[in-house]
Design a protein. Structure first.
Lengths: 531, 213
């Protein structure tokens, strides 16, 4: 019995044959995973080795000569009995922020530069003061008074290049720090540049420091080559001053991309001011109404076109702009920024350009207007006719009633002609009132905002902030329309118009969103109907 | 025209937060959905309310403690031919009122169907309220209060009997919904984004050169 050898995918614990590797693994994990981790690991390792053998062959076929290292690395992760997915994410151990240390170091550095630079600027200011002597001798004494010069005897060689001073290599003092260097290591600062450093309002263009020409070695006088006053400084001081100059310039000048962006935003803002004025005009004009002047709409349209063009061009300019041409590849963040700006601009235009196309041409507008006038005339006539008929019916009814009453109730009950006249007159007035109301409805819908204001003010609205578009006058004619989806879009368009007129921007946004959803849904329906 | 009564953007004002919720009204036709909203939004009641075409849109703002809740109400048409529109409106809605008519048991059955559809298709945490409208016609009642109440409890719905005509429970049901809606800062319909989003998904790339180059 002990000689019996069982073979197969046996579970090491219950000795069941599971048939396949995956089944065995599944079974083990389900039944025994808690019982013996070690056995499980061993088992896993065993199968992983087997897998390695099988997979290894396959990998060998695929790898390129230089891919060897990489694949073996990958394999070691997958196959060496370690599968990262077994482990939960390791918790981050002790961590420590170095930001404070970094800040301390940086602050010290910044302080040093700021203090040094300020010291230099104060000295520079004194040296440049208008009552400083111009006579070379006195000037030198003045300069030494402002800045303590290092005595010649203390410095046997140039502090910068180490060349020892002699009759030919003269000592020169930096007028700002008093340090000593040879002529070749000193810098000559134009005094107009110095003026600018002290007073940023002082305009200055060109190089702040003079180019050193070989012939100009004996520069003792205060005058530069072209007669401008100059000042000898050391390289350290020059660096400090130039750094400060650069910083002030950076702070004062906006980068070109920002300038263009500002311009673009300005255009968008202007357009956004015009659009709410223009859109109701288009809607109204394309229905042939005469509330707005057609010319005025044209003018606004031209303005908008110009603004959109500007936005388009500016955003394109931003898109292709190369901020730092000296760098090989542009900063990816900058590219993202430029693309986003362009996207924003084109989105803006897509959203708002639609209105531009829908303005009817002048001829069309005239036709529309005539058609509408005729329609209104026709409706007024129809209404008048209806009112007359109603009145006639009323009169007939009344006469019939009074006749009946007269016959039923005897002579005393009949109305005197006078009374009847009063009653009829009253009726006439009230029916006239109704007609006025109806005409008012037409006028109201024509003059948009006013119409809405009217309904708001005479409505018995008690709630604050509630908004409800007024009823659609064409609702009955529309109710037989074929597609409810199209119908709903039409309704929403009407609502949007009303919300715009009521300056309900939140509502406009919501409704426009819904209109987009509807259009999308409609498109989907049409597509699925086709396929 | 009166100044905008709607919520102004709070610029650090003491007004508290503003939440915006999309609410949809569903139910058989002629149960009083439009009347209910009209009462809530305008405080009006029309004896002969015309039947809604498609879906009507209204807004109303209510104040709850320190929160301003703006309802964006979609009053759908009850007629069968407009049912294809309903999913468009309940899909993104945070709240729904399913309305039935207490004098008509068929409308209660239809309301149950709507609730089922909402539970299946609408967003999973939608707040559903059941409104038994026309409570002023109690003499012609055909749907018992307890029956509807039991059904609402079973399905964890808010339940009230309302009357758009007498304004009974109309504001209450909307307020109850407002109270039940989650009012975290981010809830509600997201405000339309304006301007450029600067950090898009490619932002992970490291830009070269920090402050200390």
């Amino acid at each position: 019995m002990s000689a019996d050898i069982i073979e197969g995918f046996l579970c090491p614990i219950c000795m069941k044959d599971l048939g396949t590797v995956s089944q065995l693994q599944g079974h083990f994990e389900e039944e025994h995973s808690s019982e013996d981790k070690a056995v499980f690991q061993q088992l896993k390792g065993f199968f992983d080795k087997a897998k390695k053998k099988i997979l290894g062959d396959r990998v060998d076929e695929g790898i390129s000569p230089n891919g060897e290292v990489r694949t073996s690395g990958d394999l070691s992760i997958i196959l060496s009995g370690y599968d990262p997915s077994w482990w939960e994410d390791q918790e981050l151990g002790a961590s420590r922020s170095h930001i404070d240390t970094f800040k301390a170091v940086r602050d010290a550095r910044v302080d040093f530069f700021v203090v040094e630079t300020n010291k230099l600027l104060i000295r520079l200011d004194k040296l440049l003061s208008p009552d400083a002597p111009t006579d070379p001798k006195k000037r030198k004494a003045f300069e030494r008074e402002v800045v303590r010069w290092i005595p010649d005897s203390e410095v046997p060689a140039c502090l910068n290049c180490g060349k020892s001073f002699s009759l030919f290599t003269r000592r020169h003092h930096c007028r700002l720090c008093g340090g000593i260097m040879c002529d070749r290591c000193s810098e000559i600062m134009a005094s107009s540049y110095a003026q600018k450093l002290v007073n940023p309002a002082h305009s200055f263009s060109g190089d702040g420091f003079l180019k050193r020409s070989n012939s100009n070695t004996s520069l003792n006088s205060l005058m530069g080559v072209d007669g401008e006053a100059v000042m000898r400084v050391c390289r350290t001081c020059r660096k400090l001053l130039e750094r400060r100059d650069k910083m002030t310039e950076l702070r004062n000048s906006t980068p070109i991309i920002v300038q263009i962006y500002d311009k673009m935003k300005q255009c968008i803002r202007e357009a956004e001011q015009i659009i709410p004025e223009y859109m109701p005009m288009v809607d109204s004009l394309s229905q042939g109404e005469t509330v707005y002047n057609y010319r005025q709409a044209l003018i606004l349209r031209t303005k908008l076109v110009r603004l959109y063009e500007a936005v388009d061009q500016l955003s394109k300019k931003i898109l292709v702009m190369d901020l730092r041409p000296d760098e090989q590849c542009p900063n990816p963040r900058q590219v993202i920024l430029q693309k986003s700006i362009r996207m924003y601009a084109s989105n803006f235009m897509q959203e708002n350009m639609i209105g531009l196309q829908s303005l009817p041409s002048e001829d069309d507008y005239n036709k529309l207007r005539q058609a509408r006038a005729a329609e209104i005339q026709r409706r007024i006539a129809a209404e008048r006719r209806a009112a007359m008929e109603a009145q006639d019916r009323e009169r007939a009814e009344r006469e019939r009633q009074s006749r009946e009453q007269g016959t039923a109730g005897g002579s005393g009950q009949s109305l005197s002609p006078q009374e009847e006249g009063v009653k009829l007159g009253h009726k006439r007035v009230s029916s006239g009132g109704e007609r006025r109301k109806f005409l008012g409805g037409i006028v109201g819908s024509k003059s948009g905002g006013k119409g809405h204001a009217r309904t708001d003010s005479d409505g018995t609205s008690n709630s604050s902030g509630g908004w409800k578009p007024s009823e659609d006058p064409h609702r009955l004619s529309r109710s037989n329309n074929a597609d409810p989806m199209m119908q709903q879009m039409e309704i929403i368009r009407g609502y949007i118009k009303q919300a715009k007129e009521a300056h309900r921007s939140d509502e406009v946004t919501m409704l426009e969103q819904n209109l987009r959803d509807l259009a999308e849904e409609y498109r989907r329906q049409q597509q699925s109907a086709k396929s | 025209m009166a100044s905008r009564g709607g919520p102004q953007r709070p610029n650090g004002a003491s007004q508290g937060k503003i939440c915006q919720f999309k609410l949809v009204l569903l139910g058989e036709s002629a149960v009083g959905k439009s009347s209910l909203v009209l009462r809530f939004v305008k405080g009006q009641f029309h004896e002969y309310q015309e039947s809604t075409i498609g879906a009507a849109f209204l807004t109303q703002t209510v104040c709850l403690d320190d929160t301003t809740v703006k309802f964006e109400i979609w009053d759908t048409a009850g007629q069968e031919r407009y049912h294809s529109l309903a999913p468009m409106y309940y899909r993104g809605a945070q709240a729904a009122i399913v309305v039935y008519d207490i004098t008509n048991p068929d409308t209660f059955g239809r309301a149950k169907t709507w609730v089922k559809e909402l539970q299946r298709q609408a967003s999973p945490n939608i707040v559903i309220a059941l409104a038994g409208n026309k409570a002023d016609l109690a003499s012609k009642r055909m749907v018992e209060y307890d029956e509807a109440q039991a059904y609402a409890e079973e399905n964890s719905l808010l339940f009230m009997e309302t009357s758009a005509k007498t304004a009974m429970n109309v504001n209450d049901i909307f307020l109850a919904i407002a109270k039940k809606l989650p009012k975290s800062e981010t809830s509600g319909t997201p405000q339309p984004r304006q301007g450029v989003r600067l950090n898009n998904e490619q932002g992970g790339q490291q830009s070269e050169g920090g402050c200390c180059k």
